[in-house]
Design a protein around this ligand. Sequence first.
Ligand code: NAD
Length: 497
Amino acid sequence: MQTVTHWINGTQAEQAADSRFGEITNPATGKVSGRVAFASTATVGEAVSAAAAAFPAWRDTSLARRVQILFNFRELLNARKGELAAIITAEHGKVLDDAFGEISRGQEIVEFACGIPHILKGGYTENASTKVDVHSIRQPLGVAAVISPFNFPAMVPMWFFPMAIASGNTVVLKPSEKDPTAANWMAELWHEAGLPAGVFNVVHGDKEAVDALLDHPEIKSVSFVGSTPIAKYVYERGTAHGKRVQALGGAKNHMLVLPDADLDLAADAAVNAGFGAAGERCMAISAIVAVESVADELVAKIAERTRTLRVGDGMRGCDMGPLVTAAHRDRVAGYIDAGEAAGASLVLDGRHVSPDAEGDGFFLNPTLFDHVTPEMSIYTDEIFGPVLSVVRVPGYDEGLQLINDNPYGNGTAIFTNDGGAARRFENEVQVGMVGINVPIPVPMAYYSFGGWKNSLFGDTHAHGAEGVHFFTRGKVVTSRWLDPSHGGINLGFPQNA
Ligand code: NAD
């Protein structure tokens, strides 16, 4: 059995000095495949010291050299992504195709970061005042912490670390303890790509490691992704220590289906976005808001498609894999019990499952509820599992109101053939990422990813221009080179002339 240890200063420790460990489990078989060291405060301190020591030289490494290393990383990742996909499926459970999909979306950020010389360019104003020039530059912060969730063990870290490293920072990543191996695999790849030791470090662990990062004076920024209560906690504790924090939280994503929508397209989208990765995506659709006049037909089409899904081990070409842990499977099953008890119509009951898998994996079948009302826990809570709830509304206005009243605001979608309705929705909806006839509107790398309301604490979204902004701070330089018109002493406040 493997033991996953920390990656500090360009190498993975042979043995962890820590006294606490967690189990790594294959969710498709229920078998324990290894253990992961849980960093103590002292171990986190070692990683931060390594990153802090590497910072001055990395900050001064030319953009040309940084970009060469980023290109190397991109080439290695592209050539060897099959290894990473297999690791993700074995520890997270998502089907192999989906693991490849996550890697390709992460790779896009690496590719975007390869253009850092262009993105980092500042402005220049000649002769702002007579013979005075002004220019702006952006400089890295220092050591950046990245704390990531279990559901995208490769993509979510890649939302941040390519941008942080390209901008001249050094990084300490604390991935989820549920699927830790992907982070070390990526650390090894950086090493092969030629990244100097200490620029990218990985510490594993739980709350103790996170708290140590939030409190450490050498950590200058924190990029967190996870559930809303922890995101809020990380934001408050990190900012209380004077750090720059972006903390992305949970979600409850709604898909509004208007009567003029293409219902086959909408039903396909609902199934893909509701049950892909067993609903363990922050951009999963969990609430279908159907206008009453088309709700019966839409529910029938969703049910018909859902019945065809094959559930099982992600290495066997199935459509949907297991939940990440037995505890999470039981929690999701508990929501199905609660929805039934609250009086929602159970169209498809996922509690009865015979997966295509060996052993005792953590499976549920897709579940579809109709006639869900906003007070039910299956509506109010982020279930993070393969449970789709249909809420019926009289029309557009009530659907929009429901979405805007929800405390989360990560992603949403509208399905319609009416351009005017789509345009109104785009303008009126209080959500950070909006799809029009697109169910999972994950922005491209050169835009920025992030939600509103309880889905993001902080004011900067991930990657794109906002990512570069987050990992750098601005400086404005005003310069004058003396010439014979030197004006002599003047104690007044500088005025332009
Ligand atoms: P989680 O909040 O349990 O864990 C996230 C990270 O926080 C992990 O690294 C974990 O070790 C750490 N952590 C857990 N408990 C902690 C505590 N008490 N104190 C300090 N740190 C702690 O989330 P998860 O279950 O790994 O991931 C699923 C959640 O992440 C869902 O809510 C999902 O919506 C959210 N998510 C959001 C986005 C987004 O972009 N908004 C993206 C992916 C996932």
